[in-house]
Design a protein around this ligand. Sequence first.
Ligand code: SF4
Length: 369
Amino acid sequence: MAEKIIMMAEQRGAAPVVPAVLETPTGLLSDRLARPLHDLRISVTDRCNFRCVYCMPKAVFNNDYQYLPHTALLSFEEITRIAQLFIAHGVEKIRLTGGEPLLRKNIEKLIAMLAELKTASGKPLDLTLTTNASLLARKAQSLKDAGLRRVTVSLDALDNTVFQRMNDVDFAVDDVLKGIDVANQVGLGPIKINMVVKGGMNDQEIVPMARHFRGSPYILRFIEYMDVGASNGWKMDEVIPSAEVIRRISAEMPLEPVAANYTGETAARWRYADGSGEVGVISSVSQAFCADCTRARLSTEGKLYTCLFATSGHDLRALLREGRSDAEISTALAHLWRARGDRYSELRTSQTEVLRRGANKVEMSYIGG
Ligand code: SF4
């Protein structure tokens, strides 16, 4: 049965109910599985200049695709207001995503507004951004000046042919590597490099990528290919489990496991036994990490998604634009998070086909990875 492709504008999601009794945030808000709200990923655009096969395949995201009109996007003021409400409930880290966030005009202005915000305990916000680095060399300094702390860069191969097969545009690896180096020079590190591994497409690049970034200031992470959205044609037999990734690298460059930096860290850490750096693996398919998932996602047009694999969101923009107070929106937010019980990756593992068939999951390019 062909999967139904859902145009962005059709993404469902009703405005949440505003409870009658309003509450004051305490800086600590946990869901039904006792997971605290700690990270917010904000998608600032549904557009991208790449067409990565695992995220925005060209066959779907083609010239006829209806992207969101600008009026549908949250304004910088609306994003900042919602971010403040999340922070009051305990968010300490905000990651800007997309699509490709650097395509959003004047993104530096938004970063400067968010960089002003302090966590509930008065600390600076950990403000980061994930990019395909196509514009990074040109923008790194202005992003840093605006208050951005770090960047994560997506790079799926070193070989240009393989890279272009993965992103389906003719963008050169060297330009991505240049963007990474410029970002490092201006102080947007430690920089993480994310490689999505799709079996039969770029897995032959695992060891060359490890060799290239070993001994560098950059932390390379390998992401298992995921059944995000409803358009990438995901198959379990195209997933290279992280254990196999580690086995391949270790065969040449021995690795040993390292403890997580903090609870909820998505990547499992491994370091080279000779001390020449570390790599990470993000294993949503083979080693689900839902038990520690502290991430909320805000879509480009202001819908809250409580899981990357959700099938519907909660329209916070409606509350904003109908003139609701901060206390009303904040209380609605608290009730939504408290009711959260998502653990798709754990369920997927045991019931993959049943779950996937017919599940119109939100597209990753709409809510960020
Ligand atoms: S599948 Fe959903 S709940 Fe599980 S780790 Fe990913 S986003 Fe979190």
